[in-house]
Write a protein that binds this ligand. Structure first.
Ligand SMILES: [Zn+2]
Length: 435
């Protein structure tokens, strides 16, 4: 282990790159343990215990920020939710400034993952971390347990090399990014503030500066049950009703994609409607009496979720107007989960410029600043006036089958973060850890 820097010494790129590379094994081990913890909604705790241990292993003092349902329901930027959040927690750790003159920073990552989609289609069990060359497979490997490993590994490397930041750094391992973003909202309610935030989502070789908002909505359809043999004149099938409503929603989606505002005009189809779950009926020979159609739709920055809801409800009303049987059994629209705005950060922000400079020192050129047609927790920081971007390891198959992440990209992302922490926060000789 190298000795700590003397006062006034500038920490070289090489020293940082080397210190972070030395943590490659530690990061991979953390990533493997995180992937093998199946942290889907409601089961995040196993992952948070691993993160708590990892942060403690960096010489930090992790603490819990518990979700509080009542506070969240009244919070700005919160979404409606019907499930229990009691006993759910974020794990955060401060890396305290020594000296002054730097800029403070939040490094944020989410520990929750989406379900495997269709386990039978996976080559290996989704919650087994399986290496193959540079790839590590498993649900959440890319989105975004690799990011958690990279941000923690970067801080561990700088600390082990004998440095402390010249402004406070907070690491946040949050829950519920995939459904509401309430883990991050709770951290902000807890008082987390900084001059910038980087979320280490799997956005490699670019910096994500703009994102859409997302609305989850659930259309409740009622039918008139009858024997299937007499369905055509007696019954009204709630599943057929869902098909009519979905067709109207697709027309609405087409309209939303007609004239996308910049920077989303770079996409052919920026606003995606996804019918994600449909459930209804109870017997093949009975006309379905009920059906729930649960969807996700994006919205442009500048639109609020109220506007998006109005658009959805107008599409449902259009389906009703076109169908006397739907009009006799009017559908209801319920909101549960994401109800959030998009966000944009100026590409000239010092955060973007500094991070992009750090990237260039490792990779030789600056990465592009891009928009994404997904949402992330970035919006919560931006809403609070904290510039925030996404940058992280290279993942593939995110939310799909055989999700995987490049292990080399985990180390390289951590190296860029290490350089960025030096450039943004400043590094000063700190409490040297004995080797
Ligand atoms: Zn993610």
């Amino acid at each position: 282990m190298r000795t700590g820097a003397t006062p006034g010494e500038t920490v070289s790129d090489e020293a940082i790159l080397e210190a972070v590379a030395a943590e490659a094994g530690w990061m991979e081990d953390l990533l493997v343990r995180l992937v093998e913890a199946p942290t889907t909604l409601g089961d995040e705790e196993a992952g948070q215990r691993i993160m708590e241990q990892a942060l403690a292993d960096c010489g930090l003092e992790p603490r819990s920020v518990y979700l509080d349902a009542d506070t969240l329901r009244g919070a700005e930027g919160a979404s409606p939710f019907s499930w229990d959040v009691k006993a759910k927690r974020n794990v955060v750790a401060g890396w305290s400034a020594r000296g002054s003159g730097g800029r403070s920073l939040i490094l944020n990552g989410h520990v929750d993952v989406v379900p495997p989609a269709a386990e039978a289609l996976w080559t290996n069990p989704p919650f087994r971390a399986v290496p193959d060359g540079d790839w590590l497979y498993g649900r959440g490997a890319g989105d975004m347990k690799a990011g958690l490993a990279a941000m923690t590994g970067a801080v561990r490397a700088l600390k082990s090399a004998g440095y402390d930041p010249a402004a406070n750094v907070q690491l946040q391992s949050v829950v519920e990014e995939e459904c509401t973003g309430h883990g991050t909202v709770q951290c902000l309610l807890d008082g987390a503030r900084a001059e910038a935030c980087v979320i280490t989502e799997p956005h490699p070789d670019h910096i994500t500066v703009a994102q859409v908002g997302v609305l989850w909505f659930h259309v409740e359809l009622a039918g008139v049950p009858a024997h299937a043999a007499r369905a055509s004149h007696l019954g009204f099938n709630a599943i057929d009703a869902a098909v009519e409503v979905l067709a109207a929603l697709r027309r609405h989606e087409t309209q939303l994609n007609e004239n996308p505002p910049p920077p989303f005009d770079a996409f052919e189809h920026p606003i995606n409607l996804n019918p994600g779950v449909i459930s209804g009926g109870d017997w093949p020979s009975t006309v379905a009496a009920t059906c729930t159609l649960s969807c996700r739709i994006g919205l442009y920055p500048g639109q609020d979720s109220g506007e998006a809801r109005a658009g959805v409800e107008a599409a449902v009303a259009e389906a009703v107007a076109a169908s006397p049987r739907l009009a006799e059994n009017p559908p209801g629209v319920r909101y549960d989960g994401f109800s959030c705005e998009g966000s944009v950060v100026d590409a000239n922000e010092p955060l973007v410029q500094t991070l992009s400079g750090a990237y260039a020192r490792l990779h030789g050129e600056r990465p592009p600043a891009l928009a994404t047609t997904a949402t992330t927790d970035v919006r919560h920081f931006v809403r609070m006036g904290i510039p925030a971007v996404c940058f992280g390891p290279r993942g593939e198959g995110i939310h799909g089958i055989d999700e995987r992440v490049s292990l080399r990209s985990v180390v390289e992302s951590a190296q860029v973060l290490g350089l960025f922490v030096r450039d943004w926060c400043g590094l000063v000789p700190g409490r040297k850890e004995e080797s």
